[in-house]
Design a protein around this ligand. Structure first.
Ligand code: HEM
Length: 488
């Protein structure tokens, strides 16, 4: 080992030996290109598994796996209607380990969609979007959108029946917004049908444009985590040395002794005031090397092990070659859009345009409405928050089947089949549910005067509804989108 590391070449690569003092550990973090995005020291609270469940890191590791497997797949794939499907077959039967490569790429893509979604849920329920992290939340929503688009554009590439009809459905949902919808669809497809130009456009978006945008946004996202002071933690911990079960924020503030504010100037280049150092607990912070770096390595390896195991056990689906004249019935969008497809089946305007637009704007505005930081970094904020989340979850899960049942018996289409579309748009399960969600959130806010509780009710209902509609679209819809039981 000594022979390997004690020579000029090694030292030109790694300028510092393995650190054995705290100073060295911090210098290692500073001087390494890959590590310098991380802080030199990290608060113990951020290292607890329950603080983040590692979901942001898991999302990023899956993205890295997607880049590596994606580049390898590019060696064997040509995006043309004649070649695409054959190349998929070759990957399965001809290329060594081609099937594993494809499986890893496919399962990592699904895993990333799920991990990013769960990461957003974690960030919300720990109140980690509050100032100064509002903008990072908005960036996160954009990242979620790009992740979905990346997965969606990749869906078409195998050019089998599943891909073809899922994209046909997905792009027709995209055409619902009035005025611009049809233009978006034509822009995406390069024409009116899913054909050669669509395949090429999806390919270029999938392998060049969207990954580049995601990389840039993710870099800004990570940089902001650093600039916002690391992972959000309870205010009391931010000021007081004792982790967990420490004093309330008021006690901590009372015991906080502000240090003198010094003014510094760096050769006229930088002006500012030094950060205040009171009794603010250096002992609660530990060097990132090895405490954080080891944890990151473990998460990285776990993701790889699980993904490889899954890829050996389960093959990515590949149906027969795409056939534009034989539609699948039901033709289903990719699973993460099935909730929207379900809503669209009630009303294209409400399900395909209004609800997604309201949801998107609502999600983005959360941190600008709820700015009280007193419960940041605490799961559900308080026992009342936990109760609100549970009640909202249970109500949503119960109300949706009830609404579907009522719609199937007394809905506009049943009672007055000839009624103008306007009435179906106005009164259908999606519009009624959205109204109920908004009203219950407003009433919670009125009753408690707590924006956090109002947001809690709304967000929990949104996440629960997204999941319930996705399950319904996946398992309970059969030919012509009629209700079927999964065992039928
Ligand atoms: C490609 C997608 C994403 C990646 C790779 C990513 C990655 C990360 C990472 C590594 C962190 C550090 C903490 C952790 O591991 O949880 C983080 C924090 C954060 N993320 Fe994301 N993220 C993504 C999407 C999102 C989404 C969809 C949202 C919310 C809408 C979001 C909002 C935030 C916020 C507010 C923080 C700071 C949290 C705190 O201070 O506790 N991110 N993200």
């Amino acid at each position: 080992m000594a022979k390997l590391t004690e020579n000029r070449f090694w030292r030109s690569l790694f300028r510092r030996p393995l650190p054995d003092s705290d100073l060295d550990r911090m210098l290692t973090m500073f001087s390494n290109f890959f590590l310098h995005i991380l802080p030199a020291k990290v608060h113990r609270h951020s290292l607890k598994p329950g603080a983040t469940w590692g979901l942001g890191v898991i999302s990023f590791v899956l993205f890295l796996v997607l880049i590596v497997t994606g580049v390898l797949l590019m060696f064997f794939y040509v995006p043309s209607v004649e070649r695409a499907y054959r190349d998929m077959k070759d990957l399965k039967y001809v290329v060594s380990y081609g099937v594993i490569l494809r499986n890893m790429h496919r399962w990592a893509a699904h895993g990333m969609v799920a991990a990013v979604f769960l990461h957003m849920v974690r960030v919300f329920f720990t109140g980690s979007y509050k100032p100064p992290r509002e903008f990072n939340w908005v960036l996160g929503i954009l990242l979620w959108g790009i992740t979905l688009l990346l997965s969606f554009t990749g869906y078409l590439l195998p050019w089998d029946q599943l891909a073809y009809w899922a994209i046909t459905v997905g792009t027709s949902i995209a055409s619902y917004p009035p005025w611009i919808g049809e233009k978006i669809r034509v822009l995406l497809l390069g024409g009116n049908i899913v054909g050669e130009s669509a395949l090429l456009r999806f390919y270029v978006l999938h392998v060049v444009f969207l990954p580049m945008v995601l990389m840039v946004l993710a870099a800004v996202h990570f940089w902001r985590v650093r600039k916002d002071g690391g992972i959000a933690r309870p205010i009391a911990l931010a000021l007081h040395p004792v982790a967990g079960g420490g004093p309330t924020s008021a006690e901590a503030t009372a015991r906080f002794v502000p240090g003198p504010l010094k003014t510094y100037t760096l050769v006229e280049l930088v002006r500012g005031t030094s950060p205040q150092v009171g009794i603010q607990a250096p002992e609660e912070e530990v060097p990132s090397w090895p405490h954080l770096t080891m944890r990151l390595l473990i998460v990285f390896e776990l993701v790889l092990v699980v993904l490889t195991a899954v890829s050996f056990l389960f093959d990515a689906p590949l149906l027969e070659q795409a056939n534009p004249v034989r539609p699948d019935n039901p033709a289903k969008a990719p699973w993460y859009f099935l909730g929207i497809q379900e809503l669209v089946s009630y009303s294209a305007l409400v399900g395909g345009v209004l609800v997604p637009a309201i949801a998107l704007l609502g999600l983005m505005s959360i941190p600008y409405m709820d700015r009280d930081r007193s419960d940041q970094g605490i799961w559900f904020g308080s026992p009342a928050g936990k109760r609100a989340a549970w009640i909202s979850f249970l109500l949503t899960v119960l109300v949706i089947p009830a609404l579907l049942f009522l719609d199937s018996r007394f809905g506009v289409r049943q009672v007055a089949p000839g009624a103008p579309q306007f009435f179906t748009d106005l009164l259908n399960p999606a519009s009624v549910l959205t109204t109920l969600m908004a009203v219950s959130s407003f009433l919670t806010w009125r009753a408690t005067r707590s924006r956090r509780l109002g947001a809690m009710v709304l967000f929990t209902a949104f996440v629960s509804a997204y999941l319930v509609f996705t399950v319904i679209g996946t398992y309970f819809r059969g030919p012509n989108w009629v209700w079927v039981w999964p065992w039928q």
